[in-house]
Design a protein around this ligand. Structure first.
Ligand SMILES: NC(=O)c1ccc[n+]([C@@H]2O[C@H](COP(=O)([O-])OP(=O)(O)OC[C@H]3O[C@@H](n4cnc5c(N)ncnc54)[C@H](OP(=O)(O)O)[C@@H]3O)[C@@H](O)[C@H]2O)c1
Length: 288
């Protein structure tokens, strides 16, 4: 006898987790089979109103994780956005899932994580290793850059996109596409042991992005390429913390090494359609 999977999603009050729960409902998974794992249930009243069970779970409090994962068979584990011992937080989630008898963990890693030299890749490499050691079947959802990482309304206002990526390409996609891929993996069989390199079908440079923003807005918008040091300094001048500015500049250096680009079409294959065209993502950002 097969049992219907109980699917839990961490970070369910965050962007990707929330979109994934909506994509699961869209795919016909009954709300009663879905569990939203959140730090603060007060922020999840919309999910509860949809009939999704909301449970409190904090990556930093293993006891909450064990209780929250009880009865869960498949887990979307959204990587933390808190860099304070991120690997320790991730270890807590994986160990709790193992102890709770979860059948499959789908983890949101980073595109090309195994060969990436980006600072951001380090925690993902460590988490992938913990998954391998855990004995729990897992799927790696190695997500590329979100199109939403770029403040395109700000670009129109300032007439510029700044970066340190040179004329090297990346394959971004909107969060919605990554969420649909996660939902496809969680709601169908045969994904254990798979590594998906998830990214948009189109390779673009930041100059291409600026040109598209200029075309759609009718305003002059150009890409200004800086050295990684200059870019980090400029971001600090805009009020970004030193640490985060360094990570962002380092990520652009990763783009120059091709680490946010791929020829693989795992994302469009999983979602059963071409990824959202860059023109459409730009339009959505400019009209939001
Ligand atoms: N590929 C990319 O371009 C890209 C860009 C940015 C981030 N990321 C990574 O992808 C993840 C998902 O992206 P997103 O846009 O959905 O980010 P997001 O909206 O910032 O969501 C992150 C989620 O992590 C949750 N979280 C943080 N610390 C936690 C803890 N101690 N216990 C339980 N939950 C915790 C947050 O909970 P609350 O809702 O309570 O705050 C939030 O729901 C991010 O966390 C980050 O690791 C990827």
């Amino acid at each position: 006898m097969t049992t219907t999977p109980i699917i839990a999603v961490t970070g369910a009050t965050g962007h990707l987790g929330h979109l994934t729960l909506q994509a699961l409902l869209e795919r016909g998974v009954p709300a009663g089979n879905l569990v939203a794992l959140v730090r603060d249930p007060a922020k999840a009243s919309d999910l509860a109103a949809q009939g999704i069970q909301v449970r409190q779970a904090d990556y930093k409090q293993p006891g909450t994780l064990r209780a929250a994962l009880s009865g869960v068979t498949r887990l979307l584990f959204v990587s933390s956005n808190d860099f304070d011992d991120r690997v320790g937080q991730h270890r807590n989630v994986i160990e709790a899932a193992r102890d709770a008898g979860v059948d499959l963990i789908a983890y949101t890693s980073l595109l090309n994580a195994d060969r990436s030299g980006m600072i951001l890749a380090g925690d993902h490499q460590a988490t992938e290793a913990i998954l391998r050691e855990s004995g729990v079947p897992f799927t790696l959802l190695r997500n590329g850059w979100y199109t939403e990482n770029y403040d395109l309304k700000g670009a129109v206002k300032n007439g510029a996109i700044l970066g340190a990526a040179g004329n090297h390409a990346l394959n971004p996609a909107p969060r919605q596409d990554y969420a649909e891929a996660a939902a496809a993996v969680l709601s169908s069989d045969g994904h254990a042991g798979q590594t998906y390199e998830l990214a948009g079908d189109e390779a673009i440079t930041l100059a291409d992005l600026a040109a598209e923003v200029a075309r759609q807005s009718g305003q002059p918008v150009a890409y200004h390429d800086l050295s990684a040091e200059e870019y980090a300094r400029t971001l600090v001048g805009f009020g970004v913390s030193e640490g985060f500015a360094h990570v962002l500049a380092d990520s652009d250096t990763g783009i120059t090494r091709g680490e946010l680009a791929t020829d693989r079409r795992d994302l469009s294959r999983l979602i059963g359609r071409p990824t959202t065209p860059v023109t459409q993502a730009v339009q959505a950002a400019l009209t939001a």
